[in-house]
Design a protein around this ligand. Structure first.
Ligand code: ASP
Length: 591
């Protein structure tokens, strides 16, 4: 068998005259009778090979049998391409391999799709993922992900972190999603849960004195399949002892800068700016603001407080808000365009949208014309930094609805108006989240998870008197409007931990039952500690500039967690069920 000496994509003019052996896949074959050309591809790239029946009849006969994606080994002499036939788009475009010996290592069935075809349906691609991953784009994505994760590992290693593996068969960790569970054959009726994150293990490793832990951790969350969510995903999970929030930020900034350098060659400016959660919502309507452009939200409540318009009055009377944005140069928007913006606002919960089109002569047209005085419009204009030719959009509703609707309008308009510089990376830390949020039933639920520490001693004191007002040392890192990760300084006092669990409806006894191991660990000398987790898939997707996260995961799930290649989830054998002491009760038809 011929033994490879060179990668196909590594051959250059400097190799001219060398005898080499390349191995790879037949990407394209052109038969010109006495001469056959094969574009041979391997991980390193593509090279043109030539089989001439006049001086290498045996090799030509092998080439004659080759078809797309056959695996071959080819030996021959590298020579410059004849003048005028060089291909500047190919790294190997100055040379070709004149083959004297050829061997088919393995034939291939006709590939399920052309590897050069960009239009193949994702279902077919996932069904034959092993072939799909042979495409240059997918190869580039795998390579990029490798480089980026390596940069992360190297940086954390240099910072004194230890990579520690934590188990995948555990008791459930609350991160806000449902658990995937695994029945335990040897304890009938018992189940493990797959980790939603290594949260409690990394905390216990701090109790163990590891001080600086990280893991490129696989996490599992059984969430309603939101677009572009994977049931299993990868996190850079890290935790540190004897640190403050600033120390976590500094380490993460160095890690992220190294990853961006490895992924794009871009040197990021650090430190990243910081916004409090409150300020992020006030200025951008989002806790992961896209900071690449302005069009910030402004509070207009005071200016419109005297208005006779019902929606304004109602919003303010019920503790809601009136806020707006100004879209530059949009005063000429048609009725239809305004209707589309209104629809968008409604889709995100707003009852309606007020528009004010500022014409060139200092006049205005508005959906609430008769409720507005020219003076009021002037004040609104000043507050929003708007001028003639601009469009003012106002939402009055519950504060959360106002934020979300204006956030969506801002992002939409930023996009269509071309205000967002595509090649910019604008990172931002969002911090000081409330410890709790209200759940649908009116109870308290952690805004991050229940292991986050209140920010100050005053916040600890507020736990009893006004838990909703407690600010926590919880932080998110976002870039260009995408959340990359969250973390917090943790509770290290077992009594405080119990108190917080009680607030979210887990009484002391139940807390000991579910989290006894953690509470015990905290009571055996837990150092103050904190950490964060960053989404690897999301980072790779951003760096690869892919539209879907699936294109940076080697073997992703399709919609609803289905794997077309493995055809699973799938039933298991009755014997397996019996062994596990399980019975399957299917929902009735239509449920
Ligand atoms: N465990 C958290 C998560 O997975 C991250 C953290 O708090 O460090 O979101």
């Amino acid at each position: 068998m011929l033994k490879r000496t060179h990668g196909a994509g590594t051959l250059r003019a400097s190799h001219a005259g060398d005898t080499v052996t390349v191995c790879g896949w037949v990407r394209r074959r052109r038969d010109q009778g006495g001469v056959i050309f094969i574009d041979l591809w391997d991980r390193s790239g593509l090279v043109q090979t030539v089989f001439d029946s006049s001086d290498a009849a045996a090799a030509h006969a092998v080439a004659d049998q080759c078809r797309g994606e056959f695996v071959v080994a080819l030996r021959g002499v590298v020579r410059p391409r004849p003048a005028g036939t060089e291909n500047p788009r190919l790294d190997t475009g100055a040379v070709e391999l004149r083959v004297s010996e050829a061997e088919i290592l393995n034939p291939s069935r006709t590939p399920p799709f052309l590897l050069t075809d960009e239009q193949v349906s994702e279902e077919i691609r996932l069904l034959h993922r092993y072939v799909d991953l042979r495409r240059p784009k997918m190869q580039a994505n795998l390579a990029l992900r490798h480089r980026v994760v390596k940069a992360c590992r190297d940086t954390l290693d240099a910072e004194g972190f230890w990579e520690v593996e934590t188990p995948c068969l555990i008791r459930s960790t609350p991160e806000g999603a449902r658990d995937y569970v695994v029945p335990a054959r040897v304890s009938p009726g018992g189940f493990y849960a797959l980790p939603q994150s290594p949260q409690l293990f990394k905390q216990m490793l701090q109790v163990s004195g590891v001080e600086r832990y990280f893991q490129i951790a696989r996490c599992f969350r059984d969430e309603a399949s939101r677009a572009d969510r994977q049931p299993e995903f990868t996190q850079i999970d890290l935790e540190m002892s004897f640190i403050s929030q600033d120390d976590v930020f500094a380490v993460v900034e160095r890690v992220v800068a190294a990853m961006w350098q490895a992924g794009t060659g871009t040197a990021l400016a650090t430190p990243f700016p910081r916004l409090s959660h409150e300020e992020a919502l006030a200025r951008f309507g989002s806790d992961k603001p896209d900071m690449r452009f302005g069009m910030e939200l402004q509070d207009l409540g005071d200016l419109l407080a005297g208005s006779e318009l019902r929606v304004f009055q109602n919003a303010l009377a019920s503790g809601g808000a009136i806020r707006g944005i100004a879209a530059p140069g949009c005063a000429g928007y048609s009725r239809k365009q305004i209707d589309e913006l209104t629809e968008l606002a409604k889709r995100f919960g707003a009852g309606g949208l007020v528009s004010i089109l500022l014409d060139g002569e200092g006049g205005f047209r508005s959906s609430i014309q008769r409720y507005l005085t020219p003076e009021q419009v002037k004040e609104l204009q000043e507050r929003l930094g708007a001028g003639p030719g601009d469009l003012i959009l106002i939402v009055a509703d519950r504060a959360a609805v106002v934020s979300e609707a204006l956030n969506r309008l801002r992002l939409h308009l930023g996009q269509v108006l071309g205000l967002i510089p595509e090649n910019d990376w604008k990172f931002v830390w969002v911090l000081d989240f409330p410890l709790f949020e209200k759940d649908e039933k009116g109870g308290l639920t952690p805004s991050h998870h229940p292991f986050s520490h209140p920010k100050t001693a005053e916040d600890v004191a507020l736990l009893d008197s006004d838990p909703e007002a407690v600010i926590a040392s919880v932080y998110d890192l976002a870039v260009n409007g995408v959340e990359l990760g969250s973390g917090s300084i943790r509770v290290h006092d077992p009594e405080l931990q119990i108190k917080i669990l009680e607030k979210i409806g887990i009484p002391r006894e139940a807390a000991w039952e579910r989290f006894g191991f953690l509470l015990n660990a905290l009571s055996y000398g837990a150092p103050p500690h904190g950490g964060i987790a960053l989404g690897v898939d999301r980072i790779a997707q951003l760096l690869a500039r892919e539209a879907t996260i699936r294109d940076v995961i080697a073997f992703p799930k399709a919609a609803s967690g289905y794997d077309p290649m493995l055809d699973c989830p799938a039933p298991i054998e009755p014997e397996q069920l019996a062994e596990l002491h399980l019975a399957v009760v299917l929902p009735a038809e239509g449920e």
